[in-house]
Ligand binder design. Sequence first.
Ligand SMILES: [Cu+2]
Length: 644
Amino acid sequence: MLFVLLAMWASPARAQRVKHPLDGLSAPEYWAVYEALQASGKVDSKTRFPLIQLKEPPKQEVLAWSPGLPMRREARVVVKEGPQTFEAVVDVSGKKLISWTEVKGVQPNLTQDEEEEAGIDEAVKGNAEWQAAMKRRGITDYLTVRCGGYGAGYFATPEEQGRRLLRVHCADMHGVWDFDGRPIEGLTVMWDENEKKVLRVIDSGAVPVPQAPANFDIASVGALREVPTPITVLQPMGPSFRVEGQTVNWQKWNFHFRIDRRVGLVVSNVRYLDAGKPRSILYEGSLSEMFVPYMDPDMAWYGRTFFDAGEFADGFSSSLDPGGDCPDNAVYFDQVYANYKGIPQMRPRAACLFEQSSGIAWRHEGNVVESRRARDLVLRTIGTFGNYDYVFDWTFRQDGTIRVRLGATGLDEVKGVKSRTSADDPAVPEDTYGRFIAENTVGVDHDHYFSFRLDLDVDGTANTFVRDRLSVKRLPDSSPRKSLWVAEPEVAKTEQQAKLRMNMEQPEIWRVINPGAKGPLGYPVGYELMPGDSAISLLLPEDYPQQRAGFTDYQVWVTPYQENERYAAGDYPMQSKGGDGLPNWTKANRGIENTDIVLWYTMGFHHVPHSEDWPVMSTIWHEFELRPVNFFAQNPALDLPKQP
Ligand SMILES: [Cu+2]
């Protein structure tokens, strides 16, 4: 029996049978989409499909659904026909095209074939100007040179208008595994991706390719430290969660998840069993967008302002490395997605799920010590976006808390410089816009921003956002104390009132409540958004990258639920002109009180690189939590057994 159970756990997702209306599309469903599109007469062999994803059924339909009932299965397809962009909706079960709409004035996300386009490499290497620039750098062997492009951003130049523009850079991979540490610096090729041609070659000055040792595989690292004594994670009776398709049950938690090609993990229908009754907390939570602007004005650098989710839509997910990425007791899930031709692909081990011991749940010493050990359930994916790897953990805790953690690792994006180290004294210092992280190698300063879309449904959809402002009260002269603070709740009635920034001098507690559901002590039930460390963008409002990433203006936004408002910087951030997404939607200043609302949280950090980033960065973690506030009558983890 035990063996049968373990075998079941080993590959729960392989069957790919759709069991829930929010399940990601299965391989047969992607084929149905493929066939419906081919049969529509609207596509041909040159058509590209930048994105094919589940089109969620209307929320009310999902809420009313229960196992055994029929479910709507539709796909949203972004289609690229030459320079034109279309959005198609396909009825998957009926294998037919429901709608086909041209979207004007946008650029869809890059597809894998565009980023790694053989056409780019060939055309660039055949360009006489580029060849001359390479000669100035002493590079004559192009076999080890690799060129690739990224979205050019937007700076309102005539060249950008109506074009699909890539900035192409090249690297020399001679002698190393990865090209990231070997930039051919100062050389940018502006590439028209629709016309498939070089527009111009920009040379801001020849710099030798850095030669610092860049490999970090076991054989390259040299002597390894002593292996510490083993720590074994064993669950001889298997995990204590139950997985049914993509629905997870564990320690009173019940939720569904899928992996979306654009935003990664999408966690939905999150409920907690309270006194035998499932109570809703979060209808859906996921990443919404990322923004990574670099801080160097050089011609080869100013355009590096990446929207890693919306511009690429192929970073999720990386195949997880068992034993390295997830602990030994993890269970893995595969992901099926469609490539740019619409053909389903299998990404093995795209997510993992595991329990981990997480310290002390609670304790106190009275007459005796009462202490309980806590354990967490972690759902993990890793997205790889060029040089960066981001670990996304959705952690469910026994006390009703959801912790979302983001680990940033991978490689710094580096610039080759003439100076060997910061001790060199050139006329113009080469570390103004970054720091040396290896010889002749500067890690350029940059930011990371992540917008999370959190559709909280606290005991139902009619919710309200409340700020508890901690305001200072001066006490009368007769008081021995002169001052204290009081928490003053204030309801945000409109979108404008809910655009908020963290401020240590004017602290606030942010929570979503259900005004119609009171707990036993008379307070409305609620969940708090507890931010961790974060950052606000320092770019000026007139700067185009900042306008395109307007969601970074605030840590918190609240909008009324709209099924098509999913991406904080808009549906098409590639070469977007600014204002899309949250800034645009909230202009209407819609009401957000006692209605279905979505909370958007921007998490960010500034990164000044340093030598320990080389040749690969230690993982740095940032997180936020959704914590119950007057949601439970008392500590929900009081019932933890002595030996979990
Ligand atoms: Cu960084």
